[in-house]
Design a protein around this ligand. Sequence first.
Ligand code: NBP
Length: 475
Amino acid sequence: PLAQIGVTGLAVMGSNIARNFARHGYTVALHNRSIAKTDALLAEHGSDGTFIRTETIDEFVAALEKPRRVLIMVKAGDATDAVIDELADAMEPGDIIIDGGNALYTDTIRREAALRERGLHFVGAGISGGEEGALNGPSIMPGGPAESYAALGPLLEAISAKVDDTPCCTHVGPDGAGHFVKMVHNGIEYADMQLIGEAYHLLRDALGYDAAKIADVFAVWNTGTLESYLIEITAEVLRQTDAATGKPLVDVIVDAAEQKGTGRWTVKAALDLGIPVTGIAEAVFARALSGSRTQRAAARDLTAGTLGAAPTDTAQFTEDIRAALYASKIVAYAQGFDQIAAGSAEYGWNIDRAAMATIWRGGCIIRAQFLNRIKEAYDADPELPSLILAPYFRDAIEAGIDSWRRVVVTATTLGIPIPAFGSSLSYYDGLRAERLPAALTQGQRDYFGAHTYERTDKPGKFHTLWSGDHSEVQA
Ligand code: NBP
């Protein structure tokens, strides 16, 4: 019998997804550049289902029923191009190549166009959920031609996570749409983690709580509107004791955060699209600052100035932090969904934002109760200008706004950095401002560069003759 799906690239992600397909009853053809990985998978997990072992790309392709479906799970970048080239030479028009790696969406656009020329379908699929998700049900964000989804969708939906029987997988849009949405998902994940980090920092340094006590706070928060995978694992990480020292593990880990690059991609793309994703950008830069070890070591004795007193009502301040975290999180998601809308408009993807919230409810790192509210908001108004304006989120922010301001003020007077809390509040105040200082910016731009400005009282573009008689002319 032939295989319904082939997986090439059998490192941790690829082997777990191959096992996931097999456990769902599909016959899976296996291929890896070095055969040892294929054999190791078969030796350890061959009993998970029906696998076909292959050594060469030709054998691999010959093992598949038509239209052939091949999932590539190799290292993103040049390795992916090399594998695509080899596969494309061996495959026939109508066959489907899926890239499940973390590809940059512009690479996916390029690859899709090249393969379309050859009559092949190319599906760039974002897959979230790490190793565990790959095995037990990830969130899958497939892009590519809609017609390929007819042949591929049922398989991907079968192995995806389910929430209320709904698969966490749907066709996102043409060419790079799936990888774009996966990228923004990762950016939001950065913002979410940074906000949680700032809440932890305040509980630790403003209230003086130890790791175990902070773990308890997060565990309680996980029973309310903040309920999510990231809040849940935060409590578990904080509760972990280091075997060697007996201290909380978090107090032993070096405070320099690393990054693999998807957060940076999100911010770069947002800069090009002109979308203010301040929460994600602050998160990426906060990781960079934490990793600036030379500067941090040299700056240790810089003055903090006169600091304020720590809050005395610890219960109230804990609640303030929770409210600030929730409000800032709403802002970060609002910004991320704005970026999805902008990317969708720029590339003609027609992405359904309610559907994206739906497929992020399970399987992925940012899975949360909160995503149901986002889905409802976009279902009620698909053209919603900002998530912040949906009644549910508007009310949630209104309920927490005083807390949010107290947290930003208190953190500032205590000298505790809160880049994401602070910038999210400024973004919110910026959106609601009646008059921003941008009028002055426009005046300056017109002064030094004759860039012109619009007037509040009549249409058109105008320029003041700054180096002449200061009269105004229509541009
Ligand atoms: P890696 O990203 O570590 O890639 C290892 C695989 O790539 C091995 O199968 C290796 O084959 C193969 N490979 C390389 Br490297 N260069 C190759 C080449 N030139 N030709 C053919 N094969 C090549 O594996 P991973 O961590 O399982 O991730 C796979 C993909 O999934 C990546 O794009 C990753 O970004 C993405 N992803 C990972 C996660 C996660 O949590 N790890 C989550 C979501 C997405 P070999 O065995 O012969 O060396």
